[in-house]
Design a protein around this ligand. Sequence first.
Ligand SMILES: C[S@@+](CC[C@H](N)C(=O)[O-])C[C@H]1O[C@@H](n2cnc3c(N)ncnc32)[C@H](O)[C@@H]1O
Length: 222
Amino acid sequence: MLDGSARIALKTDPRFDRYVFIERSAVRCAELEALKTEFPALASDIKIRQGNANTEIQELCRKDWSAHRAVLFLDPYGMQVEWKTIEAIAATKAIDMWLLFPLGIGVNRLLTRSGEIPESWRRRLNLLLGTENWYDEFYRVESTPTLFGTAEDRVVKATTETMGRYFNERLKSVFAAVADEPKVLRNSANCPLYLLCFAVGNDKGAPIALRIANHLLTKGLQ
Ligand SMILES: C[S@@+](CC[C@H](N)C(=O)[O-])C[C@H]1O[C@@H](n2cnc3c(N)ncnc32)[C@H](O)[C@@H]1O
């Protein structure tokens, strides 16, 4: 059994001043509560918030962050994180964010090969990407002349690399700095599943935070 991210955070030395774990499932919240017994010295600084991470994080971000700094790890299974939440995190100018972006397991699946996308999927992508202009970025129409003087139109879908680059650029539009080479996490068949992105909240800390993150993204993660 590998340690989950909550336990890894609690084992980090030097320790953090406070730990906030946000989880929707009551069962998983109970498991997180049990960590207080496992780490008694940290128990009074562990806060578990059961709820939707978008709502909870946006509420946390509305507080006064001028005297605080934080690292946030957003680890969704799928497309749950909303762009509004990412904007709220960036607006604190105090939070460095690691995010597993659902590149292969989410975005690439919703972007159909034909370019015809059901309305509910479009809405999901709008929420995740915070804009409606993604369609023009991810699809183009290629026209090939035929022997008969007419043209044949073909919809061409972007590669997952283009999708990843697009999202990283979106992050750059709101954060002080963003790691240029997010790490692609692949399955055993070498298909991209997630993109591990890193964004820095505050200008002042940006150079050192980027240096550390770039080291982890290129050498430190297996
Ligand atoms: C990939 S797991 C997190 C694993 C964890 N980081 C670890 O290392 O053990 C994703 C978790 O997000 C929770 N979740 C899914 N949607 C959520 C939401 N909208 N708000 C809060 N938690 C959510 C799921 O119940 C699940 O426990």
